[in-house]
Design a protein around this ligand. Structure first.
Ligand code: ATP
Length: 356
């Protein structure tokens, strides 16, 4: 694979101790430090109300920081209005002009920022080509599907060649299949052109699929940041473990630690895994649904409470002395019936220890 190029205008973004307070006491963003490298795609991920959109809007200049500093490249933009920042944003609602053709929509920002008509037209056509909409230039937005309209919105933002491109939940109005396709297109264009992108979503799978780095937010602060794999394999706490990849969280006891390998016990069953700096005593085990082994001769006694066939896999809900867990299994040919007593154990790789 060739190393992606960095677009000549792509710039890093830096937040230094940035807060945003609405009114007297709504702290939407609380003293965050954030760095987005030039040419990278960083996702802000978190539940509703955690402050991701406000963070994005502060990069755009659509909200002003209450305190702290925001830099784009070397420039301190903290107090600059949106119009003086070299940033474009793609919204979830597309926000296309309904009475303008696709081409006019994409040209609009270009003519506004000083390109003559010919140049604007040439750039807009190139932008439409990039998003796979060659030949659609004379249509009206109403004559396009939702996915195509969102591509027009992406082209319109791209052609401005901003220092930073912002996406606010760009796929939420699309159905599942289109969502996958458009997110792959966005990622491919970002990598080909080496764009700096900050992307907001509440969908963990989308974040894992498109990002160089994910910033997980909770209650106006950053809970953890890292590559998709770092967050998935080594979450810092229960919140991140559960938010990224639907972890089952089980109470366990660390019975011994030897050279950073911990032996844990749940309902008499023992399992060895990295200790991650924890000492013997009570702890939490986070296990992804795909890392739970259902059946076998040894393990924790459990009962299959629910068994659901979803085509590509079986989904099981298991209950026992540990509470309840959700497990998925690729073997769809021999489903385990509800009510069956089984043994449950954990895959050698995948489960992680967290503080209690
Ligand atoms: P969602 O996924 O629901 O959009 P979010 O993580 O993007 O959520 P924000 O929109 O950034 O969250 O909102 C963070 C907090 O700030 C919320 O409590 C919200 O109610 C509050 N908030 C956002 N905008 C305003 C505003 N203009 N005035 C007052 N409070 C606001």
């Amino acid at each position: 694979m060739t190393e992606p190029t960095i677009s000549s205008k792509a710039a890093p973004v830096r937040f230094e101790n940035v807060s945003k307070v609405f009114g007297r006491d709504v702290i939407a963003v609380d003293s965050i430090d954030l760095h987005v490298d030039a040419g990278k795609l960083v996702t802000l991920l978190g539940p509703s109300g955690c402050g991701k959109t406000t963070t994005l809007r502060m990069i755009a200049g659509l909200e002003m920081a209450s305190s702290g500093r925001i830099l784009i490249g070397d420039r301190d933009v903290t107090k600059l209005p949106a119009t003086d920042r070299d940033v474009s944003m793609v919204f979830q609602s597309y926000a296309l002009f309904p009475h303008m053709s696709v081409l006019e929509n994409v040209m609009y920002g270009l003519t506004f920022s000083g390109f003559n008509k010919e140049e604007a037209r040439a750039r807009a056509l190139k932008g439409l080509d990039l998003v796979g909409l060659k030949g659609f230039d004379s249509r009206l937005p109403s004559e396009l599907s939702g996915g195509q309209q969102q591509r027009v919105a992406v082209a319109r933002a791209l052609v401005l060649e901003p220092q930073v491109l912002l996406f606010d939940e760009p796929l939420s109005n699309l159905d599942a299949k289109l969502r996958r396709q458009v997110r792959e297109d966005i990622r491919a264009i970002q990598q080909d052109l080496g764009l700096t992108v900050v992307y907001v979503t509440h969908d963990q799978e989308e974040a894992l699929a498109v990002s160089d780095e994910i910033v997980v937010m909770r209650n106006a602060a950053i809970a953890q940041k890292g590559t998709p794999r770092q967050l998935f394999d080594a979450p810092n706490d229960r919140f991140v473990a559960d938010f990224i990849g639907e972890a089952n969280l089980l109470s366990c006891t660390i019975v011994s630690v030897d050279a950073d390998r911990a032996t844990i016990e749940i309902d008499g069953h023992r399992h060895v895994l990295p200790a991650r700096g924890l000492a013997p005593g009570p702890a939490t085990l986070a296990v992804r649904p795909s890392r739970i082994i259902v059946g076998g001769d040894t393990g924790i006694p459990a009962t299959v409470a629910k068994s659901t066939y979803v085509g590509v896999r079986m989904e099981y809900t298991l209950t026992g002395g540990f509470g309840q867990v959700f497990a998925v299994h690729e073997d769809v040919d021999d489903p385990i019936e509800p009510g069956t007593n089984v043994k449950m154990s954990f895959a050698a790789k995948g489960p992680v220890l967290l503080p209690e």
